[in-house]
Each structure stands twice: as C-alpha cells, then as structure tokens.
Write a protein that binds this ligand. Structure first.
Ligand code: NAP
Length: 250
C-alpha cells in the first residue's frame, strides 16, 4: 500500500513567505491547504500548484475561522499533519501613542488567531499519529527596534507559546517549533519600505547590518519550514530557528 501524502495547512499563503512555504511543501510532496482572505491570490496559487492543493478563503480572526479551516482540510484531504501558522499583520507606531484598537487588532491576528488555529489543527492531529506545527515569528522576538513594540510583542508571545505548546503536546507526538525570519523581501517588507522617504539608503544600511550581507528571500524561510516539517526533524521540538543571515549572532 502506498503511503498517503501528508496534509499541510499554511495560513497567510496568499502572499509573500506563506506562498513560498506552500510552494516548497507542495514540492516536498505534501497536500496543501492555502489559507488567506484574498480569493484572487489564493485561487491563483492553487492553479499554479496544479494538484494536491485547496484554497480556503477565511479571515482567521472570525470566531469560526480556525475550526472551519481545519474542518475543510479534513473534509477534502482526510486529516491535518502539518500547520504553518504564518499569517500576521505588521504594525509600526510610536509606542506611547498607539491606540488601543490597533494594539488589539494586532494581537487578535498575530496571537489570538494563531493560538486558535493551533488548537483546531492539534485537535485533528491528536486523533491520528501526531504532527508538526511551525509558528513563523520574527527576529524581533529577540531584538528590540523602536517603533515596532506592538508587533514584536506579538512575535515574542508566539515564541513563548511555541515552548509551552511543545511540552504540552509532546505526549501526542505533536512537535511545535518556530522559524524566526529577519527582514524578508515580501509585500509586507516592500509596503513598509515604500513609506520611507529614504528607502534606498535604508536598504543599504539594512544589508550592511546583516553578516551575510543581504536580506532574506521567502525561499530561505521556506527551506527551514520544510526541514521542521520533515521526518529529519523528528526529534526537534520547542525551539526556534533564526533565518536572518547571522543578525543576532553579533
Ligand atoms: P505578507 O506578504 O503581508 O502576507 C501576510 C499574509 O497573512 C497574507 O497572506 C494575508 O492574507 C494573511 N493574513 C493577514 N491577516 C489575516 C487574517 N485576519 N486572516 C487570514 N489571513 C490573514 O507578509 P509576509 O512578509 O509574507 O510575512 C509572513 C510572516 O512572516 C508573518 O508572520 C510575518 O510577521 C513574518 N515575518 C516577516 C518578515 C518580513 O520582513 N517580511 C520578517 C520577519 C517575520 P490576505 O492577503 O489574503 O489577506
């Protein structure tokens, strides 16, 4: 009997890093559930992947969102083996004047929805042989940057969750790890750069600040996710892999 392909849910796969993770896991042979709000970009990615891919259009912050996504994955592919909690929104602003609604929206998307997606996927995994959950965090979970306090707080929360969830879910053979990218060339990055009056100079300074001399490409992040989802990482849980060109090694 041939083994069935594993099933991966990738949230925020309608853009940037998530789309590249979906492509990479699909190339690795997994069935992919592409999750995002943009039906146009989601269906385009599924068409590009061709087979073994399903788009589930959902807002992760909706009360039923995470449960419905896991249910659609089970309905279509039979189970969930891998969850990549990648969807997030950026937030920049002067810490002392950030309005409460912006704080709440950022936490709701980057933390509350991600925890609820973990719950929904892990409930399915516990009915089978286990699985792998990979939370996409950020170098800002460890490095402080002025103006990014709210965003970095959400990423620090997800790193802490990764460790506790790994311990709690280990008896169910569910591994939980994080991948912490540095600056990565995606719409989130280019939209932010477009707001800067001196973007070219800032880009040069960014590259000069990174030991490997360049910002990350989405494929760099996808390669780490591919490893953590693979049998080669069977004994790795509760940790975070930095993908930031050596930024934090300094
Ligand atoms: P991006 O291009 O802005 O994509 C974000 C994705 O999240 C989109 O697919 C978006 O879907 C989805 N999303 C956001 N809110 C959602 C919601 N409420 N419901 C469903 N989907 C939602 O971002 P990216 O740069 O690829 O970032 C991906 C991950 O890497 C994020 O966790 C980010 O924090 C992290 N990261 C990025 C960088 C960087 O420099 N780019 C650095 C460190 C960490 P729709 O567009 O369909 O709404």
């Amino acid at each position: 009997m041939t083994a069935q392909p594993l099933v991966a849910i990738v949230t925020g796969a309608t853009s940037g890093i998530g789309a590249e993770i979906a492509r990479r896991l699909h190339a690795d042979g997994l069935n992919i559930v592409v999750v995002g709000r943009s039906a146009e970009r989601g269906t385009a990615l599924v068409a590009e992947l061709g087979t073994r891919a399903l788009f589930v259009g959902a807002d992760l912050t909706e009360p039923e969102g995470p449960e419905q996504i896991a249910a659609r994955a089970v309905e279509h592919f039979g189970t969930v083996d891998v969850l990549v909690n990648n969807a997030a929104i950026d937030h920049t602003g002067d810490l002392l004047s950030v309005p409460a609604d912006e704080i709440r929206t950022t936490l709701e998307t980057n933390v509350v929805a991600a925890i609820r997606m973990l719950q929904a996927a892990a409930r399915v995994m516990t009915t089978g042989t286990g699985g792998a959950i990979i939370n996409i965090t950020s170098r800002l979970a460890r490095a402080g940057v002025a103006g990014l306090g709210v965003y970095s707080a959400t990423k620090g929360a997800m790193e802490a969750l990764t460790r506790s969830a790994a311990i709690e879910l280990a008896p169910s053979n569910i591994r939980v790890n994080a991948v912490a990218p540095g600056l990565t060339r995606t719409p989130l990055y280019t939209d932010w750069m477009a707001t800067l009056p001196n973007a070219e100079q800032v880009a040069q300074e960014q590259a000069a600040n990174i030991p490997l001399g360049r910002i990350a490409e989405p494929a760099d992040v996808a390669a780490a996710v591919s490893f953590l989802a693979s049998p080669g990482a069977a004994y790795i849980t509760g940790t975070s892999i930095p993908v930031e060109g050596g930024f934090l090694a300094k």
